[in-house]
Ligand binder design. Structure first.
Ligand SMILES: C[S@@+](CC[C@H](N)C(=O)[O-])C[C@H]1O[C@@H](n2cnc3c(N)ncnc32)[C@H](O)[C@@H]1O
Length: 293
């Protein structure tokens, strides 16, 4: 018997004026946005169940309600939102979704390309190309925090360096580090789906001799030693795990995943034992580097 591979999706139609808020919220589950005239169709996905996809969509509605006043967007009635369920064939979903993904160039040093563009010619053959196959994990390169981490990696001389990518999602940062010359990269994530997506992206990019993907929590850092640690997490996760991150056996720590409002608290905590390095900001999101003196 042939088993069909399904995805469970739940969608809601929301006012288009809420669209800019998606630049401000960090979501570590799969979702897509489609503009339809003055509305946006927000869809969340789960390979497990409708209930899981619905939990994700409810989280989005909750975050949108909270952030709507930030942009002076009129309050919208969340009680009036209808949720629509659809069971999708996985291949069909990927093919549809890939149409929305465009290659993303980072500092003319690296280009992130969806798998659908595999085989296309790129204008500069010296640019390392990262291909992404699956879209079920965070990290397509379009989010400002991922882009700032990619920029940071592209600015470093990674030759002969060991890099750790904490919370790897799709594996995008780990693969970029390997393509930028790192000799070894350890990537880990607590989410099983992210781990399997990252492993398949690592293979697709032919860097499986350099990148090791492990399923695990941040306490894995206690047993790792590296030159550079990149961690694109939320401010809550960073602050909750402050001592594990600050005490990691690494020379440089690149942190992102938080907004300007949380920057000072993170600086205050980390600068007590580390010195401040490179800073970046994009669409209200912040990247901070700390160095071991
Ligand atoms: C915002 S995504 C970043 C993905 C990718 N590194 C990027 O830059 O686009 C954060 C990832 O961290 C993972 N994560 C969150 N808390 C974690 C923890 N305590 N230990 C390990 N991974 C964690 C999530 O599962 C998610 O895949």
């Amino acid at each position: 018997m042939i088993m069909e591979d399904f995805l469970y999706s739940v969608s809601a139609i929301l006012p288009r004026k809420l669209e800019p808020i998606f630049e401000l919220i960090s979501l570590d589950f799969p979702y897509s946005l489609e503009t339809i005239n003055e509305s946006i169709k927000v869809t969340t996905y789960s390979s497990e169940s409708f209930e899981e996809a619905e939990t994700y969509l409810k989280k989005i509605v909750e975050l949108l309600t909270k952030d709507a006043d930030l942009l002076n967007v009129d309050f919208f009635e969340r009680e009036q939102i209808n949720f629509y369920r659809e069971k999708l064939n996985k291949d069909k979903y990927y093919n549809e979704y890939k149409k929305y993904l465009k290659p993303i160039k980072v500092l003319d040093k690296i280009i992130i390309v969806p798998n659908s563009s595999l085989g296309e010619e790129f204008d500069d053959f010296r640019i390392p190309v990262v291909f992404l196959s699956s879209l079920l994990a965070f990290g397509t390169g379009s989010h400002p925090t991922t882009r700032m981490c990619l920029e940071y990696l592209a600015e470093q001389n990674l030759k002969n360096k060991i890099v750790v990518d904490a919370g790897t999602g799709s594996g995008i940062l780990a693969i970029a580090a390997a393509k930028l010359g790192a000799k070894r990269v350890v990537a880990f994530d607590k989410d099983q789906v992210a781990v399997s997506v990252a492993r398949s992206n690592v293979k697709l990019n032919g860097v499986d001799d350099i990148v090791e993907v492990i399923e695990g929590e941040l306490d894995l850092l206690e047993s790792l030693k590296a030159d550079i640690l990149v961690a694109n997490l939320t401010s809550e996760i960073i602050l909750d795990n402050f001592s594990i991150l600050a005490n990691a056996s690494v020379n440089r720590i690149g942190l992102s995943g938080f907004l300007k409002a949380d920057e000072q608290e993170i600086i205050d905590r980390f600068s007590a034992s580390l010195s401040e390095g490179i800073k970046k900001e994009s669409s209200g999101w912040v990247f901070l580097e700390f160095r071991r003196v």
